[in-house]
Design a protein around this ligand. Structure first.
Ligand SMILES: O=C(CO)[C@H](O)[C@H](O)COP(=O)(O)O
Length: 209
């Protein structure tokens, strides 16, 4: 189902464009299908070292976002998706670059399988990227808000930071929580994509606008 969603996303790719590419096992299928478009796109902007390596392997030029400017399309997976196309992302620890590329893209197409769909976000632990020296401070602030932060020990993001996975959250106000957690000193990025949700979601190969 992940592969079907990934392949369907090709219909959004524009001839001669630069494509924003996310991270994860679903995106891996998208990158594989993008191989057929190698000569029809200018290149890709990648959200992680992992995706960069895969893109280069199939001969797609990886461009710097600052040089590429605004992108017509960003394709990425998600860990959870609600009925308003709001997402939890960051299971692969690439949330910061993913959020930056999403912010720079006209259309964000999210590719998932049906198991990722939820009514209320929060069953999947919410990833929060933190500056290493602020880990305990951020954890205390999150605990004071009722969350249960767990350090993803041993994981260092592509930006050299650490991840806290926050359990026990029933996220009834995703935009409010995203804004609130963003205010905590030491937080780099919250894995809630609510203020800027996806524009379209492909579930099991079916487009849901
Ligand atoms: O946010 C992500 C990486 O940071 C991924 O999109 C998310 O974890 C989904 O991954 P997968 O497609 O492997 O299920």
């Amino acid at each position: 189902m992940k592969k079907r969603s990934a392949e369907r996303a090709l219909q959004f790719v524009e001839e001669g464009s630069v494509v924003g590419v996310g991270t994860g096992s679903t995106v891996k299928y998208f990158i594989e299908s993008l191989a057929g478009w190698r000569d029809r796109i200018e290149g890709a902007v990648s959200s992680s070292d992992q995706s960069t390596a895969l893109l280069k392997k199939i001969g797609i030029p990886v461009l710097d976002l600052n040089a590429a400017g605004q992108l017509p399309l960003y394709v990425d997976g998600a860990d959870e998706c609600d009925g308003h196309r709001r997402l939890i992302k960051g299971g692969g620890a690439a949330l910061t670059r993913e959020k930056i590329i999403a912010a720079c893209s006209q259309r964000f197409v999210c590719i998932i399988d049906a198991a990722k769909q939820v009514n209320v976000l929060g069953k999947f632990p919410l990833p929060v990227e933190v500056i290493p020296m602020a880990r305990s401070h951020v954890a205390r602030q999150i605990a004071a808000r009722g969350g249960q932060p767990v350090w993803r020990d041993g994981v260092v993001t592509d930006n050299g930071n650490w991840i806290l996975d926050v359990h026990n959250l029933e996220i009834v106000d995703p935009v409010g929580l995203e804004r609130d957690l963003n205010q905590i000193v030491g937080v780099v990025t919250v894995g809630l994509f609510a203020a800027r949700p996806a524009d379209a979601v492909i579930v099991d190969g079916e487009v849901r606008a």
